[in-house]
Design a protein around this ligand. Sequence first.
Ligand code: OAD
Length: 245
Amino acid sequence: MPHFTAKLLPLLHRSAHVTVLTGAGISAESGLPTFRGAGGLWRTYRAEDLATPEAFARNPQLVWGWYNYRREMVRSHRPNAGHYALAELHGLVGKLTLITQCVDGYHRQAGFEEVIELHGNILVSRCLQCGKEGETEVWRAGLPYCACGGMMRPGVVWFGESLPRAALQSAHHAAETCSIFFAIGTSAMVYPAAQLPHVAGMHGAYIVEINPEETALTALADELLQGPSGKVLPQLIHALTKVSS
Ligand code: OAD
């Protein structure tokens, strides 16, 4: 069980606004691989072959093959105790803004309805021609096409692309206005998401990291709750409900 400092629980209990940023580690205990570290996807695959607009233009079949494989994984696994604990935390603090770099949609599936998805959603496709999003595509020769005739692409953000502007603005606002900022299951290596804990820190927020490993963020964090989020988060909720009662 991680050690919660005497400061954290009362602070969380009376906090008017808590902001949480999650990364691939939150879904690790669901069985989805992370990107970096042992077993990470970028250990086996090259991002420049699969997750850039250039890669898609060069070989859309290859890119779609990889995304279909990952979609299948997302569909065949489920949210874990960490996702459910965050949905529960929502009801225990004044306001909770949840920002995720995950594309699996598991936070929503676990009951957290309003999630800022910085990197899109892997189960959504978008037409390259008319921009329409949805799952209405028709597959021809291994590629999905929109009703307008345009080719569909995965609805995720690739390396070299901008993040959705409204999502990034809301995320910045949440980092600037919260009193506690949690960074959970992220290596904090990919910008601009990795900037958010720094923004929160500059605006005076208390920074808490949940991760089994130390990361690029650990030196900045006020507390590292070291362990898997599927265990640490339920323990945090349990401890918090004791303070509240
Ligand atoms: P990473 O794969 O870079 O980092 C995953 C983090 O999760 C690491 O720090 C692990 O130590 C930690 N971790 C592993 N198991 C965990 C567990 N059970 N509980 C908590 N933490 C655990 O993933 P991200 O930081 O999300 O971008 O990567 C950022 C972006 O890089 C991704 O969104 C993706 C990737 O390329 C796009 O797809 C655009």
